[in-house]
Design a protein around this ligand. Structure first.
Ligand SMILES: [Zn+2]
Length: 99
């Protein structure tokens, strides 16, 4: 709490909505709600709209689903397909096996 001075040069960090840890953007997946209300997974980070970040880990995906963390972060319901899509991306990246 308090004290915002940073001594180290750090890459841009984003907070995972599930575990709350800050990680470099490259280690996270970005879920975006477009101005039109569509929710999509965007791992290049280039779409406009409100974004939420989640680690590309199955654990965090499950936690986010349980807590409804993505919906809350985006202030919009997140369809089940999005969770499926994130899971696919996690598997693609080889995450979720060794935690
Ligand atoms: Zn996480």
């Amino acid at each position: 709490m308090g004290g915002s001075s940073k001594r180290l040069m750090t890459p841009r960090l984003r907070k995972c909505v599930a575990c709350g840890l800050e990680r470099p953007k490259t280690e996270l997946l970005r879920v975006v709600r477009s101005p039109g209300g569509d929710v999509s997974v965007n791992d290049k980070g280039a779409s406009p709209g409100r974004g939420a970040y989640i680690c590309s880990r199955i654990e965090c995906l499950r936690l986010a689903a349980k807590k409804n963390a993505l919906s809350r972060a985006l202030k919009h319901p997140v369809p089940k397909e999005i969770y499926t899509r994130i899971e696919e991306l996690c598997v693609d990246r080889g995450c979720g096996e060794n935690g």
